[in-house]
Write a protein that binds this ligand. Structure first.
Ligand SMILES: Nc1ncnc2c1ncn2[C@@H]1O[C@H](COP(=O)(O)O)[C@@H](OP(=O)(O)O)[C@H]1O
Ligand SMILES: [Mg+2]
Length: 260
């Protein structure tokens, strides 16, 4: 098992000039720490969730402090330092997205998010999906996607939007529950679903890295009223999100507007 001292040593040894490569390395390594932490664990779910959040957060923030000392950090697990509002570069990280699923030992729908915001825009990011496949980054290129006979719309397992069934009916789509914003967004990037719809509560760290990777893959990303997603706001609460194949954006947004 990786100890806190080990993770500090790893962070201290890392070097990296490219921001996107750094995001990939950090998210991937945090995933290794999290996989090791839960391997063979027979501890209460609440303890695994708390330990996972803390260990991953400590690793990511120690590495960023060493490798990008001038940058600000907004992390789900850290105190929000409003100095970030004056900073030109802010790392927006979710050390463990899908914490609930992480504590269910047979599930893989959880993720680590590392994104970089620079002067108003998300510019780089990575989403690690330990146990599911390689870390996806904002260096992806759009790829051709064959039309799906019946669109699959991913929604939260525990908190799907109240109007999701109405939207699915209108589009002749199937609703598929899955944990983690990052896992859902990357399932769309990987062609395993056509859309990810969320409403009712979320924060910037839940979507920043998934959104910058999804945009690089050529997908539509917006609020559910079609307005743009903006990051590094004074209040990081960002309650809703649509990520989908571009040709489905207008039909889904129209169906949401009618159903809400
Ligand atoms: N109504 C809500 N209010 C606040 N956060 C929410 C939320 N619904 C989902 N989220 C957050 O969005 C992420 C994905 O959720 P879900 O798996 O339900 O789709 C989770 O992040 P964390 O696991 O990082 O806390 C979850 O806490
Ligand atoms: Mg999250």
């Amino acid at each position: 098992m990786t100890s806190d001292a080990d993770t500090e040593t790893i962070a201290a040894r890392m070097t990296c000039d490219s921001d996107v490569e750094l995001a990939r390395l950090l998210a991937t390594h945090a995933g290794v720490i999290l996989l090791r932490l839960r391997k063979g664990k027979r501890v209460p779910a609440s303890r695994l969730k708390a330990d996972g959040d803390r260990r991953s957060h400590d690793f990511l923030t120690a590495a960023l402090a060493k490798l990008r000392p001038g940058d600000a950090v907004l992390s789900e697990e850290g105190a929000d330092d409003h100095a970030r509002l004056e900073a030109g570069r802010v790392w927006i990280v979710d050390p463990l997205d899908g914490t609930r699923e992480y504590s269910e030992l047979d599930r893989d729908d959880w993720a680590i998010h590392v994104a970089l915001w620079e002067n108003g825009e998300l510019t780089a990011g990575a989403v690690a999906l330990p146990g599911l496949g390689p870390t996806l980054t904002s260096e992806l290129s759009p790829r051709p996607r064959p039309a799906a006979a019946q669109p699959r719309i991913l929604v939260s397992r525990s908190r799907p939007p109240a109007y999701a069934e109405t939207v699915a009916e209108k589009l002749g789509a199937e609703l598929v529950p899955m944990g983690s914003a990052g896992a859902k967004a990357m399932a769309v990037v990987r062609g395993q679903a056509e859309a990810y719809l969320h409403d009712g509560g979320q924060y910037e760290w839940d979507s920043a890295a998934p959104v910058v990777v999804a945009r690089a893959a050529g997908l539509h990303t917006s609020r559910v009223d079609g307005s743009p997603l903006r990051y590094n706001n004074p209040n990081p609460y960002q309650p809703d999100l649509l990520i989908c194949r571009p040709e489905l954006a207008d039909p889904i947004l129209q169906a949401i507007a009618t159903a809400k």
